[in-house]
Design a protein around this ligand. Sequence first.
Ligand code: SF4
Length: 462
Amino acid sequence: MLAERYARIRDTTRVYERVLFESPRVPSELELQARWFAGDFGKHFVSTTGDKVDIVQFGVWNREAGPDFRDAAVKINDSEAIHGCIEIDVLDRSWESHGHATNPTFESTVLHVFVERSSRAFFTRTPSNRNVPQVCIDPAILPEAFNPNIPLARPGRCQAPLKNLPEEGVRSVLDGAAQFRLRQKANRIRNMIDTHRRDETLFQEIATALGYKENKLPFTLLTQRLSLRMLRQNVENCEALLFGTAGFLETPDIDIYKNSTREYVRQLWDRWWPHRNDLQRLILPAKAWHLSSTRPVNHPQRRLAALAVLVCQWARLQRASGKSSVAAANDFFQSLEHPFWNSHYTLASDAAPKEMALVGKSRVADILANVLFPFWLAYDLESAPSATTRLWTEYANLPAELSNRRLETAATRLFGSDPRRKKFLRSVAHQQGLLQIYEDFCMQDNSDCTACPFPEQVAKWT
Ligand code: SF4
């Protein structure tokens, strides 16, 4: 089986983005970052305190809040590789003036790189007061001309053997990694079922998927704190209990809501208030939620309403899930409706001009790939091992709805400029396989690909 073959290997040109600047006479911060990442400053440095600093991995560009590069690795005085983020500034004190010293997203910084040193000594400190090694770089050593394209991630050593593999060979490697990943998820779910039973496990896992990606933790916490069983026993109040425990009903003044919302919020409050004292200890703090970086249609309040609808329609979900079929699951999720949330983004927003799906297509695809298929496999492995072949065939045919930054990074590392790259990202299975390889090899590599076993193994795959 391909999954076993992948498990065995597991145990043993840059890509350019759009032009961001044109005449780099005075290097901007962005240019410095780009040139740093391109390796123009080298890989071996001496820190401001005289320590030897070697860059083992330059990491990847961070497209979210936090330092400039994440998943980097450095060695200090030939130590073990230290994994974390790298921040690059023009001035050393920008760390302080930009608020990084108190920003928790900068806690994992392992190296602070800058061009200009202040006249007074400046120490780079994280929010927990950890001292971050500093490296001062000199742009004067750079060649004049600079390629104005910025690399997203560096193609790795495996790019060549993968390019030499026929398309079927690459698909087979990705299939092997995807089957391995699916089986691992199924094993995890089977262990959860042993502890939490079948329905609670399904409920918690769907909630986590609804929290993707910034709010997985609060969704998981909610379903751990309010069990499916308890919510089903209070089914007429379940939406209010979920919203109240989420901390979304803490404002006592109903007048802050728009007219179209007031009646709905009043109903939630009336149902929540009698339970509030009992559940007070379980209410999530506001800081548990990440609201700013989510698209309105994916706002956690909409997703929470969807979870409440699932509780109310649990018997239907059980029947749909029991068929172990993509079509039945799609039909079920597409049929979900809510009189308020079909046309609202948040409790505070105006009504949207047109109705939206309560659970969108890409979310359903994610629930299928990460919850339902592993769940079905966990069950089938126990009850009917022969069904796994049919399940895999259905899984392999799931079309991918979306890509994301992690996938693009993985694709850049493995496929670089291979023109077949897009084709290899069209199915959920191949996306999942790619992520598995990235996590098993790229994320474990401390040698900038030199000691990674994947290229040699993949060359032998056919
Ligand atoms: S670490 Fe290994 S799998 Fe990742 S890009 Fe380098 S050679 Fe390829």
